[in-house]
Design a protein around this ligand. Structure first.
Ligand code: ZN
Length: 286
């Protein structure tokens, strides 16, 4: 699932590719993905792109009078098409065509951005808003690199488990299942500890780990070119690596499985050498 590093690096690539051009076409492919009806998507045609950025798991396209949000959810991916295409692939959600930038080998041909969907549960969506309208962004918590998040993490008396909190987009925007495993491993904190139970030094370690892991992830993501490929998340240190050795202490990494995801942790570094019950495993043994 794309998280802050994937989204921010993707927004940087899209910004370099189309900021300064104008929107030439909108081709909805999967109609339920459009979450707004006013302004109409056609309003964007002819508008100049003034900048592209990311907030949480959204890509934010700013135009002179409008803004366009794209949420990739779990299985959303992006193709940068140069020259632009008109095909209607089965996995297609929507395609945006842009005028030519006048640069590069394909100058004159323009470029298109195809949003694709490979997920089954929560799906990619897009929103057309007027400038200044934050739409669904108002539901997002602070950015992980903000002072607001630092203050929240160091002082909150929230009793939820830290793994749950880090993935809650209203608590902090842009962290999901993958980086939360790596962050908690880096901080040496059990995924099942309540935030309220952590002392100041543990909270500081957790905050530092959030910044370090996301910064490292962003550096890795900035090595990509083009859109966002189907396979991502290959640079995690512990997420998805249960059964392998902990990169810090050599203990075998363990997991706790849920219906739709699993939490990976190191018993030595994070849970005082305790192996946590894994529901999937106990079901098989019963
Ligand atoms: Zn370890």
């Amino acid at each position: 699932m794309p998280e802050l590093p994937e989204m921010q690096a993707l927004a940087e690539r899209l910004d370099a590719a189309v900021t300064g051009t104008s929107l030439a076409s909108v081709q909805p492919i999967q109609f339920s993905a459009l979450k707004t009806f006013d302004p109409a998507p056609e309003s964007l045609i002819g508008c100049a792109v003034t900048g592209i950025g990311s907030r949480g798991k959204y890509v934010v396209f700013d135009f002179d009078r409008y803004r366009l949000l794209v949420h990739l959810s779990q299985g959303g991916r992006v193709d940068l098409e140069r020259p632009p295409k008109k095909t209607r692939p089965k996995v297609g959600v929507v395609r945006f065509g842009f005028t030519d930038t006048g640069q590069g080998s394909a100058a004159g041909a323009g470029i298109s951005i195809l949003i694709k969907e490979f997920g089954t549960e929560r799906k990619a969506g897009w929103w057309v808003l007027r400038s200044g309208d934050d739409g669904p962004l108002t539901r997002l918590g602070p950015q992980p690199f903000s002072d607001a998040f630092e203050g929240l993490l160091l002082s909150s008396e929230d009793r939820r488990r830290v793994h749950t909190l880090l993935r809650d987009q209203r608590f902090v925007a842009g962290i999901g299942r993958g980086y939360s495993d790596d962050i908690l491993h880096r901080a040496g904190v059990s995924p099942y500890t309540a935030l309220a139970a952590l002392d100041q030094s543990e909270r500081r370690a957790l905050f530092d780990a959030v910044r370090e892991i996301l910064t490292e992830g962003l550096a890795a993501e900035r090595r990509r070119t083009g859109g966002l490929p189907t396979k991502i998340g290959d640079h995690f240190t512990v997420h998805g690596r249960w059964g392998q050795e902990c990169p810090r202490c050599g203990t075998t990494l363990r997991r706790v499985s849920y219906e739709s995801h699993e939490v990976t942790y190191c018993p030595h570094c994070q849970t005082d050498d305790k192996v946590l019950a894994d529901r999937r495993l106990s079901r098989l043994l019963r």
